[in-house]
Design a binder for this molecule. Sequence first.
Ligand SMILES: [Zn+2]
Length: 58
Amino acid sequence: MCDQPKAPVIVAHITYIECPHCDTPQQGFINDPRGGKFTCEACRQDYQVPENAEIDFG
Ligand SMILES: [Zn+2]
C-alpha cells in the first residue's frame, strides 16, 4: 500500500511584465522575475521588479 500523499505541485506561469515606462508587455519570462532588473524591449529603458511585486494570477 502506498499511503504517502504526494507533495502538491505549484505551477506559476508568468506571461508578461508591463514596462513601468511605456506600459508595453514584456514577454518571455519563465522564472520568477521579482528582484531582477530588465531592459524594456520597446523603449530600451531599464526597470527593476521589486521583490514584493504582486503577481496577478488573474
Ligand atoms: Zn518600456
